[in-house]
Write a protein that binds this ligand. Structure first.
Ligand SMILES: Cc1cc2nc3c(=O)[nH]c(=O)nc-3n(C[C@H](O)[C@H](O)[C@H](O)COP(=O)(O)O)c2cc1C
Length: 390
């Protein structure tokens, strides 16, 4: 009776899975039923359970198919999670489910694209971490005329890379242009720093597509130079819907470093909904946070508790005072606007009621007041402000 029920269930399963089984025939099925292929005949550690977060590859399909056809397998199958049906053996049903998982994964296109150019592999390593962490699609920018070692020998004034970087109008041709970026909302754009800037081939790429409705997040690797100059170039080169402040990584950066950065990015707009509340002289000012690491750190600090800071009058354009902590500096030369809130020297907060040019990291911008109102509220002397989250 038990055998009869089992046969009926098997027959129903065959009917249900037939459409997704492609060309697999009963003969495969028969082989799969062969006790020689049953997991009970394999060592205990081969009895792999279904690993829910395992991403099956075409190689897995080949492995399982070879296994079921009694062929030698290319890989050691010890511990492979090939029992997708959970019936304690590997058979053709597992193969069907595996195939379906792969097809589903291929069809579920990501809305995030990691694009990068990397000549010596440092940026590529960061890009690979990013692709893994964000489950993004990827595209590698390759030069139609590849950069030889001599081309990037920057000690030689006349090497190709140096000549290109010295001429802002050069646009090296891309070997394999991606057809379209239309289906992506978020684009991570990675490159090495060449002479303080993005390689010109990045400019070729930027000018080839429409980024006006995209979120673009630059990232780079370098010996020591920062990302700011290249970010400014990118922002000025083409219209970009939302350019989020990027990050420079050293060649030694780890996956954890990249993870930490990705987790701080305001990609799901959570950050932009949190506001900075500044209480001063009995009034409340509301500010948006900037897309900087320092702004995120400030928000994190204020999550714990509000903080009171004394700001001193300075120069007829700002009030500046020491914060209780240092925040990450990503200073860039900036022409501030009235109502801007800046981090100065990593541990001071400056609120501008007039403009000034200096190197700052942006923390935010006060939204609910005008320059004149702010000036009047601040008065001429020192003030005390309490910062909290709204
Ligand atoms: C032509 C050239 C210019 C470079 N200029 C700089 C620079 O200005 N500042 C810096 O810190 N590193 C500079 N570097 C070092 C690279 O930015 C660094 O090695 C980077 O990680 C290489 O990335 P990749 O392996 O993805 O190509 C330069 C390298 C080359 C080849």
């Amino acid at each position: 009776m038990k055998r009869l029920i089992s046969s009926i269930i098997t027959a129903i399963t065959v009917m249900l899975t037939a459409t997704s089984c492609g060309n697999y025939t009963d003969s495969n099925n028969t082989q799969a039923e062969n006790p020689a292929h049953s997991l009970t005949n394999l060592s205990a550690d081969v009895k792999a359970s279904v690993a829910s977060d395992y991403k099956y590859t075409i190689q897995d399909v080949i492995n399982l198919q070879d296994f079921l056809l009694l062929r030698p397998t290319e890989e050691d199958l010890t511990g492979k999670p090939y029992d997708l049906t959970g019936d304690n053996r590997w058979d053709v049903f597992d193969l069907c489910l595996m195939r379906r998982e792969i097809v589903d994964h291929m069809n579920a296109q990501s809305d995030t694209l990691v694009i990068y150019f990397s000549r010596t592999g440092n940026t590529e390593k960061i890009a690979e971490y990013l692709i893994e962490l964000t489950d993004a699609d990827s595209y590698v920018i390759e030069a139609a005329m590849p950069y030889s070692d001599a081309d990037i020998k920057y000690q030689d004034d006349n090497c190709r890379a140096n000549k290109e970087q010295n001429d802002k109008t050069v646009r090296p041709e891309i070997a394999n242009p991606i057809d379209s970026i239309d289906s992506y909302d978020t684009i991570f754009l990675g490159y090495p720093i060449w002479w303080g800037q993005e390689p010109r081939i990045i400019d070729t790429f930027l000018e080839s597509y429409d980024f006006s409705d995209k979120t673009v997040i630059p990232f780079c690797t370098s010996g020591s130079s920062g990302i700011a100059a290249s970010e400014k170039n990118i922002a000025e080169l083409v219209p970009i819907g939302n350019q989020i402040e990027g990050r420079r990584f050293p060649a030694s950066a780890t996956k954890d470093d990249v993870k930490e950065w990705v987790e701080m990015l305001p990609l799901n707009n959570e950050q932009s909904e949190v506001k900075l509340l500044i209480s001063v002289n009995g009034q409340e000012l509301t500010a948006s946070f900037a897309d900087s690491t320092a702004a995120k750190e400030l928000a994190e600090k204020l999550k714990a508790e509000p903080v009171t800071v004394t700001l001193n009058e300075y120069g007829g354009f700002e009030k500046v005072g020491k914060l209780p902590w240092s925040l990450t500096r990503t200073d860039a030369s900036t022409e501030t606007e009235p109502c801007d809130i800046m981090l100065y020297q990593g541990n001071q907060m400056t609120i501008f009621y007039n403009s000034n040019s200096w190197s700052y990291t942006k923390l935010g911008h006060i939204e609910n007041t005008t320059q004149e109102e702010l000036k009047a509220l601040f008065g001429e002397g020192d003030i005390t402000v309490t910062l909290s989250l709204k």
